[in-house]
Design a protein around this ligand. Structure first.
Ligand code: GLY
Ligand code: MN
Length: 462
């Protein structure tokens, strides 16, 4: 846990932004996997972690802004709990570790909320993503289950995003720890990328390293020789020569801050000339994107810079043609790079996405585009020191999309369809790093993970 004063100061800042009413932030409960007592690995809600720090189920945090009182509601363990789970600290002691003075049994939260509602006070809560919490909000607030999120407080959403977006040095240190674990996951996984190995064998080893580092992976590992499927969670293929293996994974630090790294390696460790050509274009886009990161610049402009780098590189290879700026302005590059350049990273791997992608990544200065490709950009806002983002360009050869565009004769002024066939076997290439915006510019977080052609070849080869 961070220091008590940090949690106190976070809640103080939140109260100052909200100004009046009650702020209700429940933690997560256990979630059943296939029967009630067999639960998924417990993951605390990130907003609860940020403001109340405690990493166990069945707690509710409340800030009464008008009366300057803070509460944690939760039940002390009884003998049955002690028999199964061992002795646990009293809720009062836990609350005191994060600077909260008032505690009561879980059920008492309903009384506090009911009294507040009766006196016409505003209850601020965040959108939820779990059925158990929907039921809780229904019980506490009397809302119809299907409409709970409609009543989430926009003021609270904006205030939480403002606070969580800017990472302090303790949070950055946690993300660096998570990248450090990813370093071990990737360098070990890369060495296994040889013909005859099953993808799942590599996934198992990488997940094990994450768990050994303190926590499970920060999202289900994406690892496939079919990297043209952007989020490929199927791991049944046997690695074969001439394919590229996309490895996209991250760990959670002991305090649940995420890393999110992607590397792409040629199976066997030696790039063919075509693989090298495409890889170098993606690497150039990754490096150009990172280099452009600094306060005052919009991430949308950096996305477009990466898109132009990709279009320019593909033009030099002969897969694209015509004016690069025009091609990107029209979205022609999205045939090969159909996703956004990156996203915020923090306690969530797509940080705060549960609060609404548009709240996190867009504001009155920058609206989401509806152009294919650009529409997937999760984050477009102006960068501020303390933001941590991923920079993850890619080039993909998606057969179905290429066939469709070719049949439609789409962007024939920018795309050399006849040359694409020779590159289909590459599948996909993506390269992703985690980058902090600093007052001077940027810092790539954590121990550098092999990335150049030479570094990759040296790491993978026996
Ligand atoms: N690393 C997976 C993603 O960013 O969507
Ligand atoms: Mn990512």
């Amino acid at each position: 846990m961070f220091s008590k004063t940090l949690y106190i100061s976070r809640r103080k800042k939140l109260s100052a932004k909200i100004r009046s009413g009650i702020i209700l932030i429940p933690g997560n409960t256990e979630a059943a996997m296939n029967y009630p007592a067999n639960t998924y690995h417990f993951r605390q809600d990130s907003n609860f972690l940020y403001f109340f720090g405690l990493d166990q189920p069945d707690l509710i945090g409340i800030v009464d802004v008008d009366n300057h009182r803070e509460y944690i509601f939760g039940n002390d363990t009884d003998m049955e709990d002690i028999i199964w789970m061992g002795p646990q600290p009293a809720i009062k002691d836990l609350a005191s570790e994060v600077g909260v003075e008032n505690t009561a049994a879980f059920g008492k939260a309903a009384e506090l909320v009911a009294t507040a509602i009766k006196s016409g006070r505003k209850i601020h809560f965040l959108p939820t993503y779990r059925g158990e919490q929907v039921i809780l909000y229904h019980k506490l607030l009397g809302l119809i289950h299907s409409r709970v999120n409609d009543y989430a407080s926009p003021e609270l959403i904006r205030a939480v995003i403002e606070l969580r977006s800017v990472k302090d040095r303790f949070e950055v240190a946690e993300i660096e720890k998570a990248v450090g674990i990813a370093y071990d996951m990737f360098t070990t996984g890369m060495k296994m990328a040889h013909p005859g190995v099953y993808e799942r064998e590599i996934v198992g080893v990488m997940e094990g390293i994450s768990v050994a580092g303190g926590n499970p992976v920060s999202f289900p590992v994406i690892l496939s020789i079919n990297g043209q499927t952007l989020h490929n969670h199927k791991h049944g293929n046997k690695l074969v020569p001439n394919r590229m293996l996309v490895m996209d994974a991250g760990s959670e630090s002991p305090m649940h801050y995420a890393s999110d790294i992607t590397r792409t390696v040629p199976v066997g460790g030696t790039f063919s000339s075509k693989q090298k050509e495409i890889y170098q274009v993606v690497l150039n886009a990754n490096l150009a994107g990172i280099e452009a990161m600094k306060p005052g610049v919009t991430f949308k402009s950096i996305h477009l810079l990466a898109a132009r780098t990709i279009a320019q590189g593909l033009k030099e290879i002969g897969l694209m043609k015509g004016n690069v700026d025009e091609a990107v302005a029209n979205g022609a590059h999205a045939l090969f790079f159909p996703h956004g350049l990156g996203h915020m990273l923090g306690l969530d791997v797509h940080d705060m996405e549960g609060l609404g992608e548009n709240y996190v990544g867009y504001d009155h200065t920058v609206q989401r585009s509806d152009q294919f490709g650009l529409a997937y950009l999760r984050m477009a806002k102006t960068l501020i020191p303390g933001y941590v983002l991923t920079v993850e360009p890619g080039i993909y050869f998606i057969p179905e999309l290429i066939e469709q565009w070719k049949a439609e004769k789409k962007f024939t002024q920018f795309i050399n369809y006849e040359k694409i066939a020779g590159y289909m076997e590459i599948g996909g290439v993506r390269i992703e790093d985690d980058v902090l915006v600093t007052p001077e510019g940027h810092k790539v977080l954590g121990r550098p993970i092999p990335k150049t052609v030479k570094e990759i070849e040296t790491t993978v080869r026996p």
